[in-house]
Design a protein around this ligand. Structure first.
Ligand SMILES: *[C@@H]1O[C@H](CO)[C@@H](O)[C@H](O)[C@H]1NC(C)=O
Ligand SMILES: *[C@@H]1O[C@H](CO)[C@@H](O)[C@H](O)[C@H]1NC(C)=O
Ligand SMILES: *[C@@H]1O[C@H](CO)[C@@H](O)[C@H](O)[C@H]1NC(C)=O
Ligand SMILES: *[C@@H]1O[C@H](CO)[C@@H](O)[C@H](O)[C@H]1NC(C)=O
Ligand SMILES: *[C@@H]1O[C@H](CO)[C@@H](O)[C@H](O)[C@H]1NC(C)=O
Ligand SMILES: *[C@@H]1O[C@H](CO)[C@@H](O)[C@H](O)[C@H]1NC(C)=O
Length: 368
């Protein structure tokens, strides 16, 4: 046929154009999931090169290793195609400190970063502190102690999360699996010592002992609100879900009775429509637009998974929506779709698959 070849090359040209437009349109945008990991507690910071660097610590339980994934590109921070983003930063001693999990780091002050990692061993569960001077977060981490109370007793717990509070104190949140506690850190003793609570281990800030898990505490401070996030139910099941308790920063973190609005708000749950399940174990961080984003764990099957034989969990990231500095409920975005900025400053997921929607002008303005 005479017209076969011209038609074909016309089509090829069109497809090529579309490919270029898609590439340009995707540039700098995030496509979820960003990696096959769990329990993200990232931080980001702008470094001397003027770029925002993302740091996602991740533990390999079976190897007792802690790795730091670092990149200026949120899309490829965990990527197996970019193995240079993975840095081995600390090895625990197998059989002594096993199954390290849920590493969470925080900026103690300008010259100190501290990471807390839970791990079990013959003596039970412990939380270990690692230290870095802040110059290079991909190396130079050293052991900084077993988290203990100043009276000498050792803390038993998981999922530690530390923060500097506007009131000048530092606090450590952690769980015993069903109950989340908080204690004040005592900097005079180093990076791993807590003030014990009178007559107990810590102040209870969330507890549902009848449920399998109440865990993974995380905090986002925005304006005069401390958003206290945690996850509940079973991490291997679609019923895993995330709550937020917005607390005034004027309130005493050690005295929940002073928290004016203690009712937990469910902010993240499975979305049947988007095929995203088991959304929990979250970490807030500063995203590409300089605003708060959320990284969370999820999976893509409707049924609970067998946690002893498989781990289908992935990490997704998306912008947080705050109102009066309080985290608003968000719907987990559909994987494989890019996110673009909408006029009202909210983010909307858009199809990357070629379809007619692509040609309709979306209500989008380019990012700054
Ligand atoms: C841990 O490391 C081992 C050995 O490199 C690897 O086979 C395994 O997939 C890793 N596990 C995770 C959860 O990354
Ligand atoms: C941890 O162990 C692995 C495997 O033996 C090794 O390649 C890596 O360099 C070690 N990391 C550190 C920080 O010592
Ligand atoms: C966790 O602590 C709460 C409050 O002290 C207690 O009731 C519960 O039994 C503890 N759970 C576990 C698994 O230790
Ligand atoms: C940073 O923290 C360390 C350890 O608590 C302390 O010794 C040092 O004085 C602090 N630096 C500043 C500038 O506050
Ligand atoms: C403190 O925690 C330990 C270990 O979980 C537990 O055995 C003990 O009962 C707790 N003490 C109080 C007063 O809750
Ligand atoms: C959540 O799902 C798990 C696994 O299917 C189940 O064991 C657990 O009881 C469920 N929890 C709730 C609160 O529904």
């Amino acid at each position: 046929m005479h017209c076969y070849r011209p038609t074909q090359s016309f089509c090829q040209a069109i497809l090529l154009c579309i490919a270029f437009i898609r590439l340009a349109n995707c540039y700098g945008r995030i496509i979820n999931p960003i990696g096959h990991h769990a329990d993200p507690q990232p931080i980001s910071r702008i470094q001397d090169d003027g770029k925002r660097w993302y740091y996602f610590p991740s533990a390999n339980g079976s190897e007792a290793e802690v790795n730091m994934f670092a990149s200026t590109n949120l899309n490829d921070v965990y990527s197996t195609n970019a193995p240079w983003n993975r840095h081995s930063i600390f090895n625990f001693t197998k059989n002594d400190q096993q199954n390290p999990e849920a590493p969470a780091m925080f900026k103690w002050n300008e010259t100190n970063y501290v990471m807390y990692v839970s791990s079990n061993g013959p003596t039970g569960n412990r939380i270990y502190a690692l230290h870095n001077d802040g110059r290079d977060l991909t190396s130079g981490w050293t052991f900084a102690g077993v988290v203990s109370y100043s009276d000498g007793t050792t803390l038993i717990g998981y999922d530690a999360f530390a923060l500097s509070h506007p009131n000048g104190n530092k606090y450590l949140f952690y769980t015993n699996t069903t109950t989340i506690f908080v204690n004040k850190l005592l900097p005079d003793y180093g990076f791993a010592t807590l003030q014990p609570k009178q007559g107990g281990n810590g102040t209870i800030v969330a507890s549902r002992v009848e449920l399998p898990f109440t865990e993974a505490p995380a905090v986002l401070i925005s304006g005069d609100k401390l958003n206290f996030l945690y996850s509940q139910n079973s991490f291997f099941s679609p019923n895993y879900t995330t709550y937020n308790i917005p607390v005034s920063t004027d309130a005493d973190p050690l005295d929940p009775d002073t928290w004016s609005k203690p009712k937990p708000v469910q902010v993240l749950a499975s979305s049947e429509k988007n095929g995203v399940y088991g959304t929990g174990s979250v970490g807030a961080f500063t995203g590409p637009d300089g605003k708060p984003w959320l990284a969370y764990t999820c999976f893509y099957q409707q049924k609970a998974f067998d946690r002893y034989t498989s781990d289908p969990r992935y990490v997704q990231v998306q912008p947080l929506h705050l109102m009066n500095d309080e985290i608003q409920p968000l719907i987990p975005v559909k994987p494989g779709h890019k996110m673009q900025k909408a006029q009202n400053d909210a983010y909307i997921p858009r199809y990357t698959n070629l379809d007619l929607r692509f040609f309709k002008k979306p209500p989008v303005r380019e990012g700054k």
